[in-house]
Design a protein. Structure first.
Length: 441
């Protein structure tokens, strides 16, 4: 028998939790009119009390510090996990699922690292597990990948999915400022944490890519199989030199289906300055999904922030509300449930084939380019373009090379050999290039 009303409990009342409560309370009638689901915010768990949020009038006795009052409450149908982290969130969700409750979470780290256990348990107990807000904030990319491309083989997904890094790189590009100054500006605006490691080292983006890859290819792709590089080595010099070649540097999350398997990698990437993704600025996110039938599609919007993320959370709550009301649960991601990871399906970064940007500090003397070109040639790498820039000292200059298409393992070997040359001073900077010919403005 269908339930006339569905009760919701929130675990966590920070920025996103507050925004979720505002939408549920202030738009309750609108949600009912649009969806046929009447949602009641019944309990909210906050670590400490008392608590007050401007513009939020919670029902009497709604706030508690005890998660058990939500997890063990037989009147609550949907649990919304917004506390973050892995261990505590995992235990609370596990208990909620065992108690027959539908779950909604925005926790990308938890799903990337322990999602397979959660989805399999949810499937066993016949409950839903919504996670739209786990990737790209308010952009409905999860729903798109699960529902919108049934007649397509996904060829590739390219994502700018970390607003902190995108803001930093935008500032470096537009202001020609240093990484350190741009990071400080991001922290002042609240885009970066006091400890920004998860963002600037690419880990946050890799968590999201694990989810996107698993959905795109119906496999379980473990987070640890993703190649991850951050943006801490990107300087204003690299931004300037890339621009002279007609490129912009972005932190891209990339997954592709290739002959050697599924590529899954996060790293700084040179992309053409006229491409759509190059013009995604500040803290905005964008995800380009390429299907064999539909071609390239673009999803763009705010990837973080209280209300954009809450919008995605509420969409999942409404879907969970329909399930609680009707008893019909939408299917969970098949790749996770079946643990369909074939050995070797994730190709090694060594097998990636792309173009490269190589920045060297070299002695300012005749024959330098010939020596470097000889090493590249021995490693089966061709040179497409070269520029020489101002000196760094008494007798050194910057030499910047753009290569033709090459295998990563060949490029790594060449870089090691070049770094050993007497004419080279210090370590080189190597950045991959994606031409994105399909997505130009």
């Amino acid at each position: 028998m269908a339930k006339s009303e569905v009760n919701v409990g929130l675990l966590g009342w920070g920025t996103v939790g507050t925004s979720v409560s505002k939408i549920l309370l202030n738009h309750q009638e609108q949600i009912f009119q649009n969806s046929g689901v009447r949602l009641n915010l019944t309990k909210v768990v906050k670590r400490t009390l008392p608590a007050h949020r401007e513009g939020v009038n919670l029902p009497e006795n709604c706030l508690t510090t005890n998660p058990a009052e939500v997890i063990e409450n037989p009147q609550i149908d949907i649990i919304v996990e917004l506390i973050g982290g892995i261990d505590q969130a995992y235990q609370l969700i596990i208990q909620a699922i065992r108690n027959g409750k539908h779950v909604v979470t925005a926790n990308k780290a938890l799903l990337a690292e322990r999602g397979i256990e959660l989805f399999q348990l949810a499937d066993k107990h016949g409950v839903g597990l919504g996670f739209e807000a786990s990737t790209a904030g308010g952009i409905p990319i999860i729903k798109a990948l699960t529902d919108s491309f049934p007649g397509n083989q996904i060829q590739a997904v390219y994502g700018i999915v970390n607003g902190t890094c995108n803001y930093i790189l935008t500032q470096m590009h537009e202001q020609m400022t240093s990484f350190e100054i741009a990071l400080s500006a991001a922290q002042e605006k609240g885009y970066a944490e006091s400890d920004p490691t998860l963002d600037i080292e690419g880990i946050d983006a890799a968590h999201k890519l694990a989810i996107l890859s698993s959905l795109a290819y119906n496999v379980y792709l473990p987070f640890e199989r993703i190649h991850v590089e951050g943006i801490t080595q990107i300087t204003d010099r690299e931004i300037q030199y890339a621009q002279e070649f007609g490129y912009v540097i972005k932190l891209l999350a990339i997954t592709k289906k290739t002959a050697s398997g599924i590529e899954a990698r996060v790293h700084p990437t040179l992309i053409p300055e006229k491409s759509i993704l190059a013009n995604v600025s500040d803290a905005f996110n964008a995800v380009c999904v390429v299907g064999d039938a539909v071609g390239p599609t673009l999803f763009y919007g705010r990837g973080a922030g209280g209300m954009p993320t809450a919008s995605a959370v509420v969409a999942d709550i409404v879907e969970a509300g329909r399930s609680a009301s009707t008893g019909v649960v939408n299917s969970l991601p098949k790749g996770w449930i079946a643990n369909e990871l074939v050995q070797g399906v994730v190709s090694s970064i060594a097998e990636v084939e792309t173009r490269y940007y190589l920045h060297l500090i070299v002695r300012d003397r005749p024959g330098v380019l010939a020596q470097i070109g000889k090493v590249l040639g021995q490693c089966d790498i061709g040179i497409a373009a070269v520029i020489q820039k101002d000196s760094h000292g008494a007798d050194t200059v910057s030499l910047v090379i753009i290569t033709h298409q090459a295998l990563e393992k060949n490029m790594i070997q060449a870089r090691q050999l070049i770094n050993q040359l007497e004419i080279v001073s210090g370590d080189s900077i190597l950045i991959r290039i994606e031409e994105l010919d399909f997505a130009s403005t």
